[in-house]
Design a protein around this ligand. Structure first.
Ligand SMILES: CC(C)(COP(=O)(O)OP(=O)(O)OC[C@H]1O[C@@H](n2cnc3c(N)ncnc32)[C@H](O)[C@@H]1OP(=O)(O)O)[C@@H](O)C(=O)NCCC(=O)NCCS
Length: 144
């Protein structure tokens, strides 16, 4: 699909299963708690304008899940099918998610990149994002 033909759409709760299938085939994407169909459906419904997809002939080829918590925006699972990487889809999804988050009032946006995914870190740096050295991430896992 030529880049000029793509259309970014809002994700639908019904996309959850296809999203999981897409992500499972993309190396580098860290899947974890919250990456099951029910949790994804809830996230998409709570964040209708900031969960976005690109399709080619009906199949998902790119996703981004973003959410605004009233203070900060967060971006998760920016992912492009391996056969479609390097054609501008990732950048387009990221920029649109940022625009939609800003429209909701998120002036600052955070995202997490696993340390064993230097390619994603390089991509975000190339897009002008800054690595934070002044913050440690702490997590509480109620399910452990
Ligand atoms: C990271 C990812 C979303 C990028 O999407 P993409 O469609 O391949 O990237 P694009 O074609 O939109 O690239 C946009 C720009 O970033 C640059 N870029 C892409 N990958 C890069 C990398 N690994 N390092 C540095 N720059 C990179 C491109 O050269 C392009 O530059 P330009 O704007 O000057 O032309 C995609 O590679 C992917 O799905 N990776 C696996 C999943 C993943 O790790 N996601 C992030 C989870 S935190």
């Amino acid at each position: 699909m030529p880049i000029e033909d793509y259309k970014i759409e809002r994700a639908q709760a019904e996309d959850a299963v296809a999203m999981l299938k897409l992500w499972q085939g993309i190396p580098g994407l860290g899947l974890g708690q919250g990456d099951d169909e029910e949790a994804l459906r809830i996230f998409i419904k709570r964040n209708p304008s900031t969960c976005l997809v690109i399709r080619d002939k009906g199949s998902l080829i790119g996703t981004v899940l973003a959410g605004f918590d009233g203070r900060r925006g967060y971006i998760y699972h920016l992912a492009v099918h391996q056969d479609y990487q390097g054609r501008g889809y990732g950048k387009a999804l990221l920029n649109r998610a940022m625009k939609e988050l800003q429209a909701l009032g998120a002036m600052k946006i955070h995202l997490f990149v696993l340390r064993d995914n230097p390619a994603a870190a390089a991509f975000y740096r190339q897009q002008g994002w800054q690595t934070r050295h002044d913050i440690q991430v702490f997590s509480w896992d109620a399910g452990r």
